[in-house]
Design a protein around this ligand. Sequence first.
Ligand SMILES: Nc1nc2c(c(=O)[nH]1)N[C@H]1C(S)=C(S)[C@@H](COP(=O)(O)O)O[C@H]1N2
Ligand SMILES: [Mo]
Length: 418
Amino acid sequence: MILGVSLIYDQLMKRRNFVRSSVLGSLASILGAEIVYGATMPENYIPLGMQDPDPFALFNKDKEMLVLNSKPWNMEALAHLLDDKITPNKFMFVRNNGLVPENINIKEWALTIDGESVKQKKTYTLEELKNNFKQHTYQLTLECGGNGRKEFDPPAKGNQWDVGAVACPSWTGVRLKDVLEDVGIKADAVYIGYHAIDEHLSRDPSKKPISRGVPIGKAMQEETLLAFKMNGEDIPLVHGYPLRLVCGGWPASTSGKWIQGISVRNIVHDGEKMTGSSYKVPKNPVAPGESVKDEDMRIIESMPVKSLITYPKSGAVLPLDKKLNIRGHAWAGELEVSKVSYSIDFGATWSECGLEKPVNRLAWQHFKASISFPKPGYYEVWVKATDAKGVSQPMLLPGWNPKGYLNNACHRIAVKIS
Ligand SMILES: Nc1nc2c(c(=O)[nH]1)N[C@H]1C(S)=C(S)[C@@H](COP(=O)(O)O)O[C@H]1N2
Ligand SMILES: [Mo]
């Protein structure tokens, strides 16, 4: 028994853990076995019977992905998993506010465009969307507004994202703009809001997990898609199959998954998580821990400039006579990244990295550098991106905010030169 448990323990420690120990009381009966650790069970230990459902199998995710929450499911990538120029499905972070839908009826799926500012309400089947409008493919960066939250102090509630709630897959769909023009939009339109079929965690049908949107200007951009493909395949269920909105460069909460409705509004959309303090930051800088009134907050729009070192993995060891090749991506919301620099002396001096142009607007850009080190020892490689307006990433945590959004501090890796 002891041996069996320790083997299971080893197996489980290799994968990322997602169930906290609060359910242990009832476990002995489910497992039909004694739980060896009892009340002192290590925090991350998950008895085998609790593994189902396995989110890696369920969502086709790589085993190195980090599970932050199982209710709802939230997973992020580690920096080195994001090394591909086009993020493969298995490394795309998962962010849910409610329950992942289970029964998608593809034959009856339709998108209804309504709201105060449409000339008439109109419904399209998936086939009509695909056949009646020109299809476009763009690589679009999606980053959760809370990416980097785990560093805020005092801490903010919510998923403690590290650096991996960002991805840049290729998306195929039709332009929201083309569909809205087909419907006919009134001059007073200011915002659009999406409506999706995912259920609230409580399964209370009167509650919605999320219904966000963007100003009409963003909705009418060429790259704003009603997407049905991700990396050339049907969008995976967890990422919004069969239809999702993709608003590249904005907090990914605006990119509604599983959508069946778009409302064109003559007011700022007031759906779930548009009001209150969700996805908002203080209008004026606040001291860490200060409380901020809802009316003193603004809705997050374009995401700030940021970068990620995706190679090598932190902890690389290298002989002094070799150069270290680093690479990664940089992005800046609506803007292009104009420069990426690196430092090996904690920001005292900076050198420029090679930087590629984006494949299209709103796609992340790739940087690389070949670095020599002056003498053996411990180093950190820091990377800092600058956007087209000359604004750079802060080296440390930017302004504290109550919900822990928009941490675009420099990413860094440790390197040992022997
Ligand atoms: N219907 C629906 N759309 C949604 C969400 C959701 O919970 N339900 N989460 C939003 C948030 S907060 C983010 S960051 C992105 C995450 O997209 P992904 O899970 O495909 O990575 O989806 C957005 N769209
Ligand atoms: Mo998000």
